[in-house]
Write a protein that binds this ligand. Structure first.
Ligand SMILES: [Fe+2]
Ligand SMILES: [Fe+2]
Length: 155
């Protein structure tokens, strides 16, 4: 069983990365603060793509009541997410601080495109905290409860 991150989220990550690189390439003061965002973002996105977002691939299946013992293979990922949640949230705080800095500088130069990108990335982090991370954790908790109740766990 493969746990593929939902394609809409992959697309959003790609677009945000592209927006950030554009801001970096613009150089000057905007480029400098955008580079600070990239430094914070790089490892964070890696972690999300490794264990925070793949559990979401199971949502449609679980919602339809399609549960096989294979879904238990998601548990190491959701357990890691639960363990790392405090640091993920702390990283968001640092990222949002750096983005607010970028927004302020981009406003100073009236660079609408960079303002919009930075605001979209702030919203992205918020959506993760409000919806995506909790949904990924629920996948783990739901799978655990289902396996405990009714499914033989395959080895
Ligand atoms: Fe993300
Ligand atoms: Fe994030």
């Amino acid at each position: 069983m493969e746990f593929k991150i939902p394609s809409t989220i992959v697309k959003e990550h790609k677009e945000l990365h592209a927006g950030l690189h554009k801001a970096i390439r613009s150089g000057g003061e905007i480029g400098k603060v955008a580079e600070e965002v990239l430094e914070l973002l790089h490892e964070h996105f890696d972690k999300e793509e490794k264990f925070a977002l793949p559990p979401l691939s199971l949502l449609p299946l679980l919602a339809q009541g399609n549960i096989s013992s294979d879904v238990a293979k998601i548990l190491p990922l959701t357990e890691r997410l639960e363990k790392e949640m405090p640091s993920m949230l702390e990283e968001h705080k640092q990222i949002v601080l750096a983005l607010n800095n970028l927004i302020a500088v981009a406003k100073k130069y009236n660079e609408k495109e960079h303002i919009e990108f930075a605001e979209a990335l702030v919203d992205h982090a918020k959506a993760e905290e409000e919806v995506l991370y909790p949904a990924a954790m629920l996948v783990g908790q739901y799978v655990k409860s289902k396996i405990g109740l009714s499914l033989p766990v395959s080895k």
